[in-house]
Design a protein around this ligand. Sequence first.
Ligand code: ADP
Length: 216
Amino acid sequence: MNKGRLIVIDGIDGSGKTTQIELLKQVLASQGVPLQIISFPRYEDNEYGKLVKRYLEGEFGSINEVDPRKMACLFAGDRLLAKPIIEKWLAEGKLVICNRYVSASKAHMGANLPKEKRAEFFKWLDVLEYETNAIPKEDLTILLTVDPEVGQKNVLGRHPDLHEDNLKHLEEANKIYLELSGMEPNWEVINCIENGQMRSKEAIHQDIMQILSKIS
Ligand code: ADP
């Protein structure tokens, strides 16, 4: 890995993104890999992120009441503000790992739209994020899939947000993530479930390391 790469780790709430990124941080740092990690949304960092937090706390209405495009603009605004730092890291040759990216808006906001309106929404969002805002395009997206019930159980201790609290939403978002993995280039899918339970953190980590080892 001798030039900057933008790797996205995505998946529904409780799929283990943060856990895996923490493991990657430890292992890649010990191997001397130049690494930067950024996690979206950044709830406290800027006004877009603060509005995202208020949306997820239900302040703007239920999932069915909010306009997915308006909400997607908030998530996109937060990412836009991170563009200079991500571009700097990439120019320095860093491996940049993103906890959620544009794919998360597609899955979570798309889940709030009727199926027949999703393709148009994805196109609109690609134009907003990658052309209008011109944020860096990811080189690879690693999708962690879990049964939504298991994901929801994994985050039971957390104060549930509008998405985590709604199993139907998580199921829809999970389906969209899987659809995106078949539609968009450079996705790798890791099934994190075996016999109805989470595979071990270490086993999932090994799968991620194997995928990363193929990146030149
Ligand atoms: P996410 O960032 O995708 O929401 P987290 O990494 O925060 O998910 O994980 C949610 C919870 O699930 C945490 O309590 C974490 O310790 C637990 N967890 C994550 N991966 C596993 C795993 N493979 N096996 C068991 N528990 C896990």
